[in-house]
Design a protein around this ligand. Sequence first.
Ligand code: 5GP
Length: 193
Amino acid sequence: MPVQSPSTVISEVLLTEQQIQRRVRELGAAISADYVDLEPVLVGVLRGVVLFMADLMRAIPIPFSIDFLSITSYGAQAGPGQVRLLKDLETSIEGRHVLFVEDMVDTGLTLHTLLRMLRARDPASLHVCTLFDKPRLRLVKLPLRYVGFELPDRYVVGYGLDYRQRYRNLPFVGVLAAQVLLPNGVGAEGESS
Ligand code: 5GP
């Protein structure tokens, strides 16, 4: 059975499992305090957010519900941030307090598009919680209410983040070793979320 050995595919660990778990618990506590009595709906975009959402949920003791979107990029020809909805929410968010849960905000273009779409559905409130933020790559101004970690401008994998659909299962976040990357660069399956 082929096994991904972290020591051969990761050149540098940026965040350990313990650091991530501790921060997720802190985010859960902050969200619980802010949303007590509001019964928020946590909305995530498949697939990268799955690990974060699962741990965050367990760190929030107040009542809430969850829902997911799935999107795909239109590709390079379409405008930046243009996405096609593969799976819509299954619940109405009209009048609900929505917390958009993201794994990573980079340029922010995808999130900008999705927030505009959700805002049009008249939620009572709409805020963002992202575990990872690369603020130096931001192209649009976005209000991020909760941020787990700021990351440098490097392509990372683990804790839900992939490279060509691999490495999502690593419990830590790290930089891929050069020998793992394809010659045409990272993110070949780019907006995989
Ligand atoms: P943007 O904010 O640029 O519109 O898109 C953010 C999305 O790009 C994230 O949800 C994630 O799917 C992807 N992304 C950005 N940076 C990284 C990274 O370092 N690693 C991985 N695996 N995906 C990333």
